[in-house]
Design a protein around this ligand. Structure first.
Ligand code: PLP
Length: 454
C-alpha cells in the first residue's frame, strides 16, 4: 500500500459551531425581495404567514457568523463531518497534473446536502410550535431530506413532487413515505395553482412551489420550507465549505478553483461561500465555477431581473437571473436543476464577475458521471454530474497548459435513485434539449413589470 492519502476525515467534535453569513461581506446593499402585490420591499411581517421568526431573522441577519443550535449540531452528527476525497484515480484517468478534491455529501441518510438545511429548518419550526411543514421537491432529494428532518423533530410533512421526477424516481417517494411524509404528484388537483397547470403534466419546481406555498398560507398550523435560493438556506449549507477548508489544510493544499452545480444555488454556495469570503476580504485569490444544464441555463442565459420565485406569482419577487417564472424546463433527469431562477446572493456574485458559469447538455454530463463512477466508484446524482463535467474541462485545461491546478468540487449527492437516467444514457436514449431563442423571447415577455436592475 502506498502512503498516498485518499480520504481526509474530521471527528464529530469538529462539526462547525457557526454558519457563515456572506450577506455582510457582499459588495453594495442587498437588493430586497419585493411584495408580490405591491412590488414594494417585503419585510419580515410579509414572511411570517409561512416562515418562523427564527428563520426570518437569519434571512436578513447582519451578523458575519450565526451560531448553530446545539440540537442541530447533535442531529448533524448522524452523518457529519462528511469526507473530503482526493480523486487520485480520476486524476490518473484524465492524465492531468491537476489535483482534484471532492467533498462528498452523499453520505447523509437521504443521500445529499439537503438535510443540512432541512434539519435547521425543522428545528426552528418545531421551536416556534409549528406542527406541519409543506414543501415541493424536484429531484426528490429535498423532499426526502425534509421528510427525514421532520421525523427527527416530530413534525408532519407534506410534499408536492414535480410530476416528471415522481414518474422517474418512484423510490424517492417511498423514502419520503417511510419517514412519514405525505407525497402528491404536482401539478395536483388539490390546489388552485395545481388545477391551473394541468396542461403541463411534467410539472416544474415553480409550479410545485406555488402549490406548497398555497397550502402553507391557508393553514394556521402549517409552515412552508424551501430547499434552496433563500439566504437562510445558503447560510445553513456553509457547513460544507467550512469543513472542506479544514480538510484542504489537512491535505496541505488550497483550491485554485471551486466547482459546483447550481439548481437554486445552495450546494454551490455552501461549498464556496466560506472561500468567497476570504477572496472578498482580500485574503486569497481563487476562481469559482458554477455548472448548470443547457436545458435550464439560468446563470448563462437568463435575464437579470426581479421575478417571482414560483409559477403562480405567490412568493415575493427576487433579484436574480431568471428564465421567467412560468418557464417549464424540459424533463431532464437532473430534476434538482430545473428551476427558472437562482439564489439572489449567488446571482449578485455572478453579476459582479466573481463566479463564472457554464452550461452542459445531458449526454456530455452523463458521460462525465460514468467516467467518474468507473474511476472513483461513487455513482453521482445527475445534478453534481454537471460539476464533474466542468471539473474534467478544468483538469484537461491544466494538462494542455502544462500547469498544476488544485480543483475542489462538490459531490452533493449520490445517484442510487437515478439509475433510470443511467439506463437511458447507457442505451443511447438520452435527449439533449436546449433552451431556444424562442424560449428566451417568451421568458422575457412573461417577466413581471418590476423595477429595472442596474
Ligand atoms: C443532489 C442535488 N444536487 C443539487 C441540487 C440543486 O439544488 P441547489 O442548487 O440548491 O444545490 C438538488 C436539488 O434538488 C439536488 O437534489
Amino acid at each position: 500500500m502506498t502512503d498516498e492519502q485518499v480520504k481526509f476525515l474530521l471527528t464529530e467534535r469538529e462539526v462547525p459551531t457557526d454558519w457563515v453569513n456572506l450577506l455582510v461581506d457582499l459588495p453594495g446593499e442587498p437588493l430586497p425581495p419585493l411584495h408580490p402585490q405591491t412590488l414594494e420591499p417585503a419585510g419580515p411581517p410579509d414572511l411570517t404567514p409561512i416562515f418562523p421568526m427564527g428563520l426570518i431573522e437569519q434571512e436578513v441577519s447582519g451578523a458575519p457568523e450565526i451560531p448553530i443550535p446545539e440540537q442541530v449540531r447533535e442531529a448533524y452528527k448522524l452523518w457529519r463531518p462528511t469526507p473530503l476525497f482526493r480523486a487520485r484515480r480520476l486524476e490518473r484517468e484524465l492524465d492531468t497534473p491537476a489535483h482534484i478534491y471532492y467533498k462528498y455529501e452523499g453520505v447523509s441518510p437521504p443521500g445529499s446536502h439537503k438535510p443540512n438545511t432541512a434539519i435547521a429548518q425543522a428545528h426552528e419550526n418545531a421551536r416556534a410550535g409549528v406542527r406541519r411543514l409543506v414543501t415541493e421537491t424536484g429531484a426528490g432529494q429535498w423532499g426526502s431530506a425534509l421528510a427525514f428532518a421532520c421525523s427527527l423533530f416530530g413534525l408532519d410533512c407534506e410534499v408536492f413532487m414535480v410530476g416528471s421526477s415522481y414518474d422517474q424516481k418512484p423510490y424517492r417517494r417511498s423514502m419520503m413515505q417511510t419517514w412519514g411524509a405525505t407525497v402528491h404528484r404536482s401539478p395536483s388537483t388539490l390546489t388552485g395553482s395545481g388545477l391551473a397547470q394541468q396542461a403541463h403534466p411534467t410539472g416544474s419546481l415553480g409550479i410545485a412551489i406555488s402549490e406548497a406555498v398555497e397550502v402553507a398560507a391557508g393553514r394556521e398550523d402549517t409552515n412552508y420550507a424551501l430547499g434552496s435560493v433563500l439566504n437562510h438556506v445558503l447560510l445553513h449549507q456553509t457547513i460544507i465549505g467550512q469543513e472542506a477548508a479544514v480538510q484542504m489544510e489537512m491535505a496541505g493544499e488550497q483550491p485554485d478553483v471551486v466547482v459546483g452545480c447550481v439548481g437554486g444555488g445552495s450546494n454551490f454556495a455552501g461549498l464556496s461561500f466560506p472561500f468567497v469570503r476570504k477572496v472578498l476580504r482580500g485574503e486569497t485569490k481563487m476562481r469559482f465555477l458554477a455548472a448548470e444544464p443547457s436545458a435550464c441555463p439560468t446563470l448563462t442565459r437568463g435575464a437579470y431581473r426581479y421575478d417571482f420565485g414560483d409559477t403562480a406569482g405567490l412568493t415575493p419577487l427576487m433579484a436574480m437571473y431568471t428564465l421567467g417564472h412560468d418557464f417549464v424546463p424540459p424533463p431532464v433527469h437532473a430534476g434538482g436543476l430545473r428551476y427558472h431562477g437562482d439564489a439572489p446572493m449567488l446571482c449578485g456574485l455572478v453579476r459582479a464577475g466573481l463566479v463564472e458559469a457554464r452550461a452542459y447538455r445531458q449526454n456530455e454530463t452523463f458521460a462525465a458521471a460514468v467516467r467518474f463512477a468507473r474511476s472513483e466508484g461513487i455513482i453521482p446524482a445527475p445534478e453534481p454530474a454537471h460539476a464533474i463535467r466542468a471539473v474534467i474541462e478544468e483538469a484537461e485545461a491544466a494538462r494542455e497548459a502544462g500547469e498544476p491546478r488544485t480543483i475542489l468540487f462538490g459531490l452533493c449527492g449520490h445517484g442510487h435513485f437515478d439509475l433510470g437516467a443511467y439506463d437511458a444514457f447507457l442505451a443511447g436514449e438520452l435527449e439533449d434539449p436546449e433552451f431556444s431563442e424562442q424560449d428566451m423571447d417568451e421568458a422575457l415577455a412573461a417577466l413581471p413589470h418590476a423595477p429595472a436592475l442596474a
